[in-house]
Design a protein around this ligand. Structure first.
Ligand SMILES: [Zn+2]
Length: 122
């Protein structure tokens, strides 16, 4: 399966937040290991955990050596929930693919994650 295939799947998951994510954006995330989806997440409701956190929590096995696909840059600020970037770093996920149409804060996030996640593709 291609990156495009998994990213489309993550985009589809994002739409599940259609009713309650607002005013936050709809975001979907997948954890993929050895070509298999091992975790799925989306931002269900404003004020609740973000898609990346839900995907990592949903993982059916260790996320080590996996790839995270996420449809928005992981946050690196404290809001209603802790920064997703911290969890991604702590989880030692070595690769990530991001689609993001709003690149205002992505540089900071990417720089932080690149310190432990060498294979990042945005
Ligand atoms: Zn977040």
């Amino acid at each position: 399966m291609s990156d495009e295939y998994f990213m489309k799947m993550a985009l589809k998951l994002a739409t599940r937040g259609r009713s309650w994510a607002s005013p936050n954006p709809m975001v979907g995330a997948l954890v993929v290991k050895k070509g298999k989806v091992i975790g799925r997440g989306w931002h269900r409701c404003c004020g609740e955990s973000h898609a990346e956190v839900n995907a990592i929590a949903d993982a059916t096995q260790s996320v080590k050596d996996s790839t995270l696909y996420v449809t928005l840059e992981p946050c690196c600020h404290h809001g209603k929930t802790p920064p997703c970037t911290d969890l991604i770093i702590a989880s030692k996920i070595p690769a990530m693919n991001i689609i993001d149409l709003s690149i205002t804060i992505i540089v900071d996030t990417i720089d932080r994650i690149k310190t432990v996640c060498p294979y990042i593709c945005d």
